[in-house]
Write a protein that binds this ligand. Sequence first.
Ligand code: PGA
Ligand code: ZN
Length: 409
Amino acid sequence: MKIKEAEIKIILDSRGQETLEAEMESGKGKRVKSSVPSGKSRSAYEAFVLNPREAKKIFEEEVREKITKIDFLYQDEFDNFLIKLDGTENKKRLGGNLILALSLAFARLKAEEEELELFEYINKIYQGTMHRVNPTLPRMIFNMINGGSHADNDLEIQEFQVIPQHETIAEGIMAAKKFYRELEEELKNRFEAGEIKLGDEAGFSAPIRGNEQAIKILKETAREFAFREKISFDLSLDAAASSFYEKDKAKYKLNKEELSAKDLEEYYEYLIHKYGIIALEDPFFEDAFGEFAIINKRKGIYIVADDLTSTNPHRVKMAVDAGAADAIIIKPNQAGSLTETIEAAKIAHEAGWQLIVSHRSGETEDDFIADLAVGLSAWGIKSGAPETKYRLNKYFRLSEIEKILNKSL
Ligand code: PGA
Ligand code: ZN
């Protein structure tokens, strides 16, 4: 495919910070856009994020001319060209954000040229050398209460999530929206209106007394909801434990206490048992392969690797070898290209892990991850609370995909 024109623009993300948007036009006159999000609780193993203005400059001085000269046949050819041009271990020179913006735009453009839906295009690549994995719809993991580095409150656990058990995606979104409003009412009963705010992922932030209290509030809201609306919600957590790990002491600072990894594991055991939590993400800090492996022996819950694996094929292999988890977060901007994102997903899938495709806390309006989740046949998708355009448009795109899939049945 010949790229006739490519442009990089600076846009603002949901936190009001600058990020990159790529615009691309093919020889046949098709035109697409893609943009990249940015994380706050980032691991040390993610692709380098270059200052957007520097990235735009390097694109205009060096990259644009090169990519509009070559006829790229495949996604991996395009991505690998940019990775090689960058030439560094972590995409420091061109920026993982620049490479990803271009990689995602290329995918959208190539899908258009091939007259495929984006999820079909991704699925085609994913199937490449593997046994058949048909596109399927993921479960939606809604982040209802925000803590950790995403909110200004006392909760160390970053994300308190609910997962509706629904018939259709539209029904799931509606139920989540209703749940969200009921949770807001519940919080208004407990706190002053001025104390209730939104965190980075549009979940609520309030002066809730401790992590268990936040889980309890969700559990009670879910119980009443199931009784009245006949829709059940499962509970899950993203501890994002790197953010409360004190490296010098090798301790976790949680609930105003200093906990060893063993103490923390016991605390999780207690929460899992008492509240029936079905998935626990990043229970320990980002290099704690051993501790992950111990808690992963527990049955009946998904142990989800995010910072630990950082959508980095090499890290995913290490985690698989260590038996560190049985589910993985897939974030394209941790990897810095679609090809490496798919490679990381494939390694995890072949090890029998479930995939959860995820947004970042600083999001754009691009809904690419919805197609990615379906194309990779992911078990779940995380796109924050059912509120604000940045979070909702990914869920809405899923609903659209559901209609497309139903039509083709
Ligand atoms: P981030 O958080 O986007 O701020 O890194 C998301 C997560 O930890 O899952
Ligand atoms: Zn996470």
